[in-house]
Design a protein around this ligand. Structure first.
Ligand code: UD2
Length: 308
């Protein structure tokens, strides 16, 4: 079938596109190439159509989604600290952009929209692990934007018959995640520095935990969310259901790379949460999801691909 991946030239979007092509789908990637890159789709040359465009452009989304049965909405500005510094820009991309995707889906009869939501919606909720039934208390513009997107999806599902599924990603890592921005994910930064033999900076004491989830598992979750019947209007955590401290993470990286990595500690980052771990009971039960690749194996794959 024909499917749309917004953010299709980005880190997670390009992995979704790769799987969709492998499964025989006709894939259109829509990306403004701000953080996405053409080379992320190089291995799919001739198999994916890349349309350069911005999710803030509602008309372009209507054009590009024509004839698509499913839309994977991955395009976003994904950084919490960036949203703190630029809340209007992230509002436009993350909220208006999502509304535009839903509008296009309704206009073109796209049957299902799968949305890249985030653990950031839980925000200040102190209890751990995070369960979908908890009341979300976002503490950053980014968290508000992802939660608003999820509410819009729910309403589109109720009112307009567009089946919607929201996936609350925890800390996704893997090949093609860009380490070069100060807003990059911690694993991409630490692995990059470890391979270059330069040191890393830990914000805080390194005892904070995250539920790091390898991108292949996130692709599995997206396929299940797109193709499991009867789940319109639902949301699911996507993680591994385990937590790793930054100190443990660095130790794993050192072991795989086979070298000690120097570290300095800075003050904790503003807005950082201490503990983050997903309860993945719902996605296991309803979609049959299993995180097949654990953190250590994911790190091995990432480091091997960077060395190659
Ligand atoms: C992740 C997601 C974000 C959102 C959020 C949900 C990424 C890049 N961001 O934010 O989109 O879904 O989860 O809760 O995946 N750190 C260091 N040194 C560094 C970089 C980071 O110590 O050089 C720390 C950072 O202060 C934080 C932890 O590592 O305590 C994880 O940071 P992150 O930026 O990878 O991800 P997070 O959890 O802020």
């Amino acid at each position: 079938m024909k499917v749309l991946v917004t953010g299709g030239a980005g880190f997670i979007g390009s992995h979704i596109a790769t799987r969709l092509v492998a499964e025989g789908h006709e894939v259109v990637a829509f990306d403004n190439l701000t953080s996405g890159k053409r080379e992320n789709l190089e291995h799919l040359a001739g198999k994916v159509e890349l349309v350069v465009g911005d999710v803030r452009d509602a008309a372009a989304l209507v054009d590009v989604s024509r004839g698509c049965a499913v839309a994977f909405h991955q395009a976003a500005i994904v950084s919490v600290p960036y949203s703190v510094d630029h809340p209007q820009e992230t509002h436009d991309v993350n909220i208006q952009g999502t509304l535009n995707v839903l509008h296009a889906a309704k206009a073109n009869g796209v049957k299902r929209v799968v949305f890249a939501c985030s653990a950031a919606v839980y925000g200040e909720e102190p209890e751990s692990p995070k369960v979908e039934t908890m009341r979300p208390v976002p503490v950053s513009p980014y968290g508000i934007e992802k939660l608003t997107g999820e509410h819009y999806l729910d309403v589109w599902n109720r009112l307009y018959g567009v089946e919607t599924v929201s996936l609350r990603y925890f800390n996704v890592f893997g090949e093609r995640q860009d380490p070069r921005s100060p807003y990059s994910g911690v694993i991409s930064i630490f692995v990059d520095r470890a391979l270059k033999g330069t040191g890393v900076t830990m914000f805080g004491d390194g005892g904070q935990t995250r539920d790091f989830v390898y991108v292949g598992n996130v692709v599995d979750a997206n396929m299940l969310a797109a193709f499991t019947p009867g789940i319109g209007g639902s949301n699911f955590n996507v993680g591994c259901g385990g937590q790793t401290t930054l100190l443990e993470l660095l130790a794993m990286i050192e072991e795989i790379v086979g070298a000690k990595v120097e570290r300095t500690h800075n003050a904790p980052r503003q807005g950082d949460i201490r503990e983050s771990v997903a309860d993945i009971g719902k996605i296991r039960a309803k979609l049959g999801y299993e995180p097949k690749v654990g953190v250590q194996e994911g790190l091995r794959r990432l480091i091997a691909s960077l060395k190659a």
